[in-house]
Design a protein around this ligand. Structure first.
Ligand SMILES: [Zn+2]
Length: 255
């Protein structure tokens, strides 16, 4: 029993020190470019088949959106301890244990709970061919399993306080799942004051590229500093999937 306890203790020490890939999120590795790049995701694993064959993939280049009377987005956010901060090999991400963080996106009668958020450099969604420097993705799930994504463009300007908190503790080692004692973050503080948006039906933008995600792409960017962009880019120079074909999908735009 004593030996068992010591063994567990050693595993825990290794876990907090430098054990790579403790929480590998993907069974089959993939990249954004090269032989395992975005053009080849379908061939890497049958579970990724829809990546290059699906007709409702994300991101897209948003152009010719149709103005419509869309419901306003309502957000309910709060500060909570910073847990499950992970560098998953493709981005820096904060995960929340199911069913989510207790932060909500409310659209009409549907309440979606925040399940994770993460970052892309450069931005994935384009607006009329224009690409922002970074993009924040907040992923939500409703009780019935419906998934929604909120995309927030990040542009060069003043430093952003929540991003600073996250970057101060940015895990450099892939797979480490960090809890930061005494530190809290409120994801809502990274949202712009104006929630005007584009809406379209798409997918998760990384393997397995699952479709059925309603994307709400906020029009108003949020500022982050040049140093904050550079710090992320040093870790991930390119974690953006190229834009995918629209295939006749309608993009709506709130008034
Ligand atoms: Zn994303």
């Amino acid at each position: 029993m004593r030996g068992y306890t010591i063994a567990i203790a050693l595993v825990c020490i290794a876990g907090t020190a430098a054990a790579p890939m403790l929480h590998a999120q993907w069974k089959t590795p993939w990249d954004y470019t090269g032989p395992r790049g975005a053009d080849h995701w379908s061939a890497l694993d049958p579970a990724y088949a829809i990546c290059n064959t699906g007709k409702q993939q994300s991101p897209i280049d948003i152009a010719g959106a149709h103005r419509a009377d869309l419901p306003p987005l309502r957000f309910e956010n709060h500060s909570a301890p910073l847990e499950h901060l992970v560098n998953n090999g493709h981005t820096v991400r904060v995960n929340y244990a199911p069913p989510g963080s207790g932060d909500f996106l409310i659209v009409g009668d549907t309440r979606y709970q925040l399940t994770q958020f993460h970052f892309h450099h450069p931005a994935e969604e384009l607006i009329g061919g224009k690409r922002y420097e970074m993009e924040l993705h907040l992923m939500y799930a409703a009780a019935d399993g419906d998934v929604a994504g909120v995309a927030v463009f990040l542009e060069r300007g003043r430093a952003e306080a929540t991003v600073k908190t996250l970057w101060d503790h940015m895990p450099l080692i892939v797979g480490k799942d960090l809890t930061i004692p005494g530190v809290e973050v409120n994801p809502g503080e990274m949202l712009p004051p104006n929630a005007a948006y584009y809406r379209y039906l798409g997918s998760v933008t990384a393997p397995p590229c699952t479709e059925g995600v309603v994307w709400y792409v906020l029009k108003t960017p949020v500022e982050v500093s040049a140093a904050q962009i550079a710090a992320f880019a040093k870790l991930y120079p390119n974690d953006a999937r190229p834009p995918m074909p629209l295939n006749g999908r309608v993009v709506s735009e709130s008034r």
